[in-house]
Design a protein around this ligand. Structure first.
Ligand SMILES: Nc1nc2c(c(=O)[nH]1)N[C@H]1C(S)=C(S)[C@@H](COP(=O)(O)OP(=O)(O)OC[C@H]3O[C@@H](n4cnc5c(=O)[nH]c(N)nc54)[C@H](O)[C@@H]3O)O[C@H]1N2
Ligand SMILES: Nc1nc2c(c(=O)[nH]1)N[C@H]1C(S)=C(S)[C@@H](COP(=O)(O)OP(=O)(O)OC[C@H]3O[C@@H](n4cnc5c(=O)[nH]c(N)nc54)[C@H](O)[C@@H]3O)O[C@H]1N2
Ligand code: SF4
Ligand SMILES: [Mo]
Length: 711
């Protein structure tokens, strides 16, 4: 482990700053420096001694992180040394969902034997597809996150269609651009206009703001934010387009209309680099701002003003967020927005273009980690986002396969993060279900488990990381010893494989050996060698490729204004091929007059950090952000307890009068535990498990609700 000794203040002992990488599910994937107060000792004479950390800060030398990280990770000592951390394997002896008192400590051997036995028993009764390993992105490390796939494939257990986060945005991006890549975020520095569309980087990936600040300072760049509420990012903007959720494609279409009408389109670029045709011309000519204004709730002047600014600024950079993709029509919206730089030709210039994410640039060979050589595509695939319906036996999800009677969960907290909470909880409560949860805390999911296993945190195991918001691979080693009996995901997967009698080279290797073999197989050289240095490797494409100057990633190389949705997913019926307002969303009606956005809270990361005192203090309590006029109409006042509901259920929480939304839009920042709400049910009680078109994706910000005073 390369430890950089840096000079400390004269009175203190020398600080040891170890290098690491933030493992959380955030596009920034920050390079970190962690103050090691005590490395700990696994073999101390009096029994293992855990390590202790102090401060965490952004690595000053990493070119993208540039010394900046978010407050919640800067306070990581609160999380890693939290008194509620799980330290021993637990077996549930009381009722599900009660909490720690319903469990007793058992040994690792007992725990693993029981898990192996119960999984085998379920399989013997219903066949291998009755077991569902369920995971997501508690850590984004490729070894610790994705090793579960190797065990799944080796056992032919039900597969997971991982739709909860990126699927909708990816579908939309691929439809136009063709590849999961874009312009290096550092080029924002060279832009004259930055558009943050449907994202809130002040909360969700703070480093974007570093690069925006540089552009503003050095070149007076303008910032436009497109978001249904006045977020921390919108507060910093020159222009905030506070539109109705789910209407982004209408806004984009009207902007294109203005660009054409006012001669701001780059006709040469359109002809050379895109599929622009007479059909597209006619389509956009029929979508003026007067059409989009009532749909979006924006004024004609606001739409025209933005279009003129965008069309007259060649170096314009759109940072495409996820937020506006989380709707039934979200893929179509992302496709629509990706077309703007193709109309002005901004794609071609330095400081211009757009970035959604950099998934495609790393070219990883995950065969060893995920056991792809064992993958049998005939094994059924269950939709992650439809956890509730799957676990309550929805025939539409299970098909002619067996019910899920055994769950093995790592890295995720479906009791909080999945839509349709009531179904999720009912599924987890089933008597005929065996559940094992490997966790760092007794989350609401873990509290429903039969066996709970204690997990290491990122500073206690080895891994490597890609980033979607920048272009570096990073490899990290353990910095401190874990407390208690915590084991890494990799260790647990390998131990289970042994007990279940399945073989694969990946089960025989250490995490570090897997990292090294994967890097070598992927053509990235030696990770071990890199560990001796700064531990990061730039994988960025050439500027020409980033800007698609040699063509977009479709056959023929043209950006597609006319999407071939059928090529992307089966559920494409009704999808507009060109940017349009597609009303396949949860539209308001008389009974449900409001639209709800369930955006992320700044101090939480999904449901992570809801346990840390610093984050909780800042977030205070679950809150309904509602326009003062709307609150007034409901006969309620700031601070009142309100009830918010729809056909899926209702929740109660306190109102805060907030004028940064349209009067028929409300926001609940997420994801609080259910138990933080007065009735024990949280925001995802209201969100729907419907799959977004054309190939799935969770629709967290696409919810019509009613609201009343709830005292
Ligand atoms: N602090 C914090 N950081 C996080 C997370 C967190 O929970 N908290 N989550 C992490 C994860 S897993 C992810 S995927 C990323 C996501 O980060 P983002 O890309 O920022 O995406 P979202 O979090 O879905 O939503 C961002 C914004 O989209 C807006 N939005 C919602 N609906 C619409 C719409 O219809 N149109 C438009 N234009 N905007 C809309 C919301 O109001 C919100 O402000 O953030 C990561 N970072
Ligand atoms: N209302 C609403 N709901 C949402 C969203 C939203 O914007 N609004 N966003 C959605 C999105 S984009 C996403 S990506 C999902 C995310 O959903 P999740 O991936 O479930 O994210 P977290 O809630 O952070 O849960 C991760 C869990 O993994 C655990 N963990 C962390 N590291 C490790 C490890 O090394 N080993 C093990 N075994 N466990 C570990 C953490 O303690 C934590 O409990 O939530 C979705 N849900
Ligand atoms: S900004 Fe994101 S990647 Fe950086 S430290 Fe915070 S959560 Fe981690
Ligand atoms: Mo996500």
């Amino acid at each position: 482990m390369p430890l950089d000794a840096s000079p400390a203040s004269p009175s203190a002992r020398p600080n040891i700053w170890a290098r690491s990488t933030c493992p959380h599910d955030c596009p920034s994937t920050c390079a970190l420096q962690v103050e090691v107060l005590e490395p700990g000792d696994a073999h101390a004479p009096g029994g293992p001694a855990p390590g202790r950390i102090g401060k965490v800060r952004g690595h000053p030398e990493h070119p993208y992180t540039a010394g900046v990280i978010c407050a919640k990770v800067a306070r990581y000592a609160e999380r890693i040394h939290h008194p509620d951390r799980l330290l021993n394997p637990l077996k549930r002896v009381g009722a599900k969902g009660v909490g720690r008192e319903a469990f007793r400590e058992i040994s690792w051997d007992e725990a693993l034997d029981e898990v192996a036995h119960r999984l085998a028993e379920a399989e013997a009764r219903y066949g291998s597809e009755t077991v569902w390993p369920y995971f997501y992105a508690g850590t984004m490390g490729h070894v610790q996150r994705d090793g579960i796939e190797r065990l799944r494939h080796a056992k032919r257990w039900s597969r997971q269609w991982s739709t909860i986060c990126t699927t909708l945005a990816e579908s939309g991006w691929l439809a136009g651009v063709g590849a999961k890549s874009g312009v290096d975020a550092r080029e924002i520095e060279k832009s004259d206009l930055v558009v943050v569309w449907g994202g809130n980087p002040v909360s969700t990936q703070v480093n974007v703001m570093t690069w925006i600040a540089k552009a503003r300072k050095a070149r007076g760049a303008k910032l436009v934010v497109v978001d249904p509420y006045r977020t921390g990012t919108a507060e910093q903007a020159d222009i905030h387009l506070c539109l109705k959720p789910g209407t982004d494609a209408a806004l984009a279409a009207a902007v294109i209309h203005v660009l054409l009408r006012e001669g701001l389109a780059d006709r040469d670029y359109l002809a050379r680099m895109t599929d622009w045709d007479a059909g597209a011309e006619a389509h956009f000519l029929a979508r003026p701002p007067e059409w989009a204004a009532p749909i979006t709730g924006l004024t004609v002047e606001a739409i025209e003003g933005f279009a003129r600014l965008y069309g007259s600024t060649k170096k314009s950079f759109i940072r495409v967020g996820y937020g506006f993709s989380r709707s039934r029509n979200g893929a179509a919206s992302v496709h629509a927005v990706s077309g703007l730089p193709a109309v002005t030709g901004a794609w071609a210039v330095e400081g211009g273009g757009a970035l959604w994410g950099n998934g495609a640039i790393y070219h990883l060979d995950k065969t060893l980690i995920e056991g792809l050589d064992l993958l049998d595509r005939s094994v059924r695939k269950l939709d992650q986002s439809r956890f509730g319906p799957v676990m309550t036996g929805d025939p539409g999800d299970l098909g002619d396969g067996p019910p899920v009677t055994a769950l093995f969960v790592q890295n995720t907290n479906p009791a909080n993060v999945c839509p349709e909470t009531k179904k999720c909880l009912a599924g987890l409560a089933r008597d005929d279900l065996f559940t094992c949860v490997h966790e760092q805390f007794l989350t609401e999911t873990a509290a429903m488990a039969d066996i709970v296993l204690p997990a290491t945190m990122f500073l206690e195991h080895d891994d490597f990381y890609t980033a979607s918001g920048h272009t570096w691979l990073q490899v990290t080693q353990k910095v401190v010893e874990a407390p208690g009996e915590c084991r890494s995901n990799h260790e647990v997967i390998c131990a289970l494989a042994k007990r279940l009698g399945v073989a694969h080279p990946g089960f025989e290797m250490t995490a570090l050996e897997l990292i090294e073999a994967t890097w070598q197989a992927s053509g990235h050289g030696s990770a071990l060698d890199l560990l001796e240095g700064d531990g990061w490797l730039d994988c960025s494409d050439s500027p020409d490729r980033q800007h698609f100057r040699e063509g977009f990633a479709h056959p023929g190389g043209r950006y597609r204004f006319t999407a071939d949705w059928a090529a992307i997913g089966q559920a494409h019926a009704g999808m507009p091929p060109r940017a349009d307002y597609w009303t396949a969303i949860d539209l308001q009606d008389e009974k449900h007059p409001f639209r709800l956005v369930a955006a992320p809270a700044r101090s939480y990361l999904n449901s992570t950090f809801t346990e840390t005192p610093g984050s909780r203090k800042r977030e205070q309590r679950p809150t309904l952000l509602i326009h003062p006029g709307a609150l007034d109409d409901l006969g309620a006042a700031d601070g009142d307890l309100m009830r918010v509901g729809n056909a899926r259920g209702s929740i109660r929480l306190h109102a805060r009068a907030f004028d940064g939304v349209q009067p028929d839009v409300v926001v609940i920042e997420s994801i609080w535990p259910n138990k933080a709400f007065p009735d024990g049910l949280g925001v995802n009680t209201l969100t729907s498990a419907d799959a977004g078109a054309p190939r799935g994706g969770a629709v967290f910000h696409d919810t019509a609700v009613w609201i009343e005073r709830g005292a």
